[in-house]
Design a protein around this ligand. Structure first.
Ligand SMILES: C[S@@+](CC[C@H](N)C(=O)[O-])C[C@H]1O[C@@H](n2cnc3c(N)ncnc32)[C@H](O)[C@@H]1O
Length: 322
């Protein structure tokens, strides 16, 4: 029964991308299955975040809740599926080693693949800084009888973790972010892990880009009247792109507010996440893509503003008018 739910929901996520109703129902079925084995449910309330020097590591319950962010989970799963297929082509006959940095209590973004690939095709290195999350994931894997997929359980901080010397990690995954890369340690984790990867190894998400854009609040509010159309916006430039190809600390960016802004008065940061290949999460598609409002720029036409991405315990963009 367990394996039927897992296989069915995985197939729906991968092969029926626009069947939102079925995806919704099956992710809830998956949540119930995971919760019953791991002892952690998205509706529990008593647990704690961890405040790390690199940002906030969300609690087991909040991490569990990520599963139910429908579009986030679906687009990550589809990207990971494509990445695994691509790695199987690059490394024919080899077992693919996957490091999951911040696996949470369900290892949400990898567990579904135990229904599509054998343990001789895939093996997981599951890492989380929160021992309660890691212990819950261990219970889940035991309950589902899929422990043999796990090469190692690692309780550690992904911002300082060194990849093992004795095996090649082919794919590293981390979803430890909020919109506009606020609060959580995604950037720090990528800056640590990506440079350690072998040349042909992949990282997911393969790119995260934050842009500064002027929005017309009327057009944004009524965008649902024409859901197939992106509302007009004034893109003032990219503040930061970080990913597999380009993984450097941020450098200061200055943008200029145009002289003519018409009704595009709201300066916002927009986040686009490419999980892999053409699998992308765009504005409003999930909590990681909600616009972050900076300012109403009426009266600031022609002025410049600088952005710096501040690292440390409260990561995020800081800005200053000049
Ligand atoms: C947003 S949750 C995501 C959970 C799950 N990966 C998913 O996508 O549904 C982030 C997870 O990353 C873990 N985490 C955050 N910072 C970490 C760090 N520096 N090292 C290792 N794990 C971390 C948290 O404990 C939490 O379990």
């Amino acid at each position: 029964m367990n394996s039927v739910i897992l296989e069915q929901s995985t197939n729906t996520l991968i092969f029926r991308p626009t069947d939102y109703k079925t995806i919704y129902e099956e992710l809830h079925a998956l949540h119930d299955l995971y919760a019953s084995h791991s002892g952690v449910s998205a509706s529990s309330v008593i647990d704690q975040d961890m405040w790390l020097p690199s940002g906030n590591a969300v609690s087991p319950v909040k991490a569990a809740h990520c599963l139910l962010e429908i579009q986030r989970t679906a687009v990550f799963i589809r990207g990971i599926n494509k990445a695994i297929l691509s790695l199987q082509a690059s490394f024919p006959g080899q077992r693919i080693h996957i490091l999951y940095a911040g696996c949470g209590p369900y290892a949400t973004l990898l567990t579904p693949f135990t229904s599509r690939f054998t343990k001789d095709q895939l093996t997981f290195h599951l890492l989380d800084v929160n021992e309660h999350s890691l212990n819950a994931a261990k219970k889940l894997y035991k309950g589902l009888e899929i422990e043999e997929y796990v090469a190692e359980w690692i309780c550690g901080d992904a911002t300082t973790y060194r990849l093992p010397d004795d095996v090649t990690i082919h794919l590293a995954i981390s979803e430890t972010m909020l919109n506009a890369l606020r609060k959580e340690p995604q950037v720090e984790i990528m800056l640590n892990l990506v440079p350690q990867l072998d040349k042909k190894a992949l990282f997911i998400p393969s790119d995260i880009t934050v842009t500064a854009e002027l929005l017309d609040s009327y057009k944004e509010t009524y965008r649902y009247l024409e859901p197939e159309k992106t509302p007009d916006r004034l893109n003032l430039g990219t503040l930061y792109s970080i990913g597999r190809e380009q993984c450097e600390p941020h450098s200061q960016v200055t943008i200029e507010i145009p002289q003519q802004i018409e009704n595009f008065k709201q300066l916002n940061l927009l986040t686009t996440i490419t999980t892999f290949a053409d699998e992308q999460l765009q504005t409003y598609e999930c909590s990681l893509n909600m616009p972050v409002r900076i300012a109403d720029v009426t009266g600031y036409e022609g002025r410049k503003i600088t952005f710096d991405y501040e690292r440390g315990a409260k990561p995020g963009f800081k800005y200053e008018w000049i």
